[in-house]
Design a protein around this ligand. Sequence first.
Ligand SMILES: [Zn+2]
Length: 82
Amino acid sequence: MCANLQASIRVTLPWNPDTRTIHIDAAHDTYTATLAVRAVLLELGYSQPPRGALCWCGQFLDVAAAVRRGPAWTSEVTRYGA
Ligand SMILES: [Zn+2]
C-alpha cells in the first residue's frame, strides 16, 4: 500500500504510521511540499532520487495533487491538533 499524502492546516505529526499518511503543510507549494515528503521518506529509510518523492513501492508520489486537493476538514487535524 502506498503512502498517503494529506495537506493539513497544522502539521504536528508529519508521519502517521497507523494510516501510512505523510502530512504536508497546506501553506506549502508543490516544491516545498515535495521536499517535506522526501524528508519523511528518508527518515523512514527510503532513499530518494534527485527529483520527486519516491514511495517505498518504487512509484512516484503525486505531491502536486495532494497540494491541489488541500486540507481535509476532518479527523487528522483535530486528532493531532489538540
Ligand atoms: Zn507506493
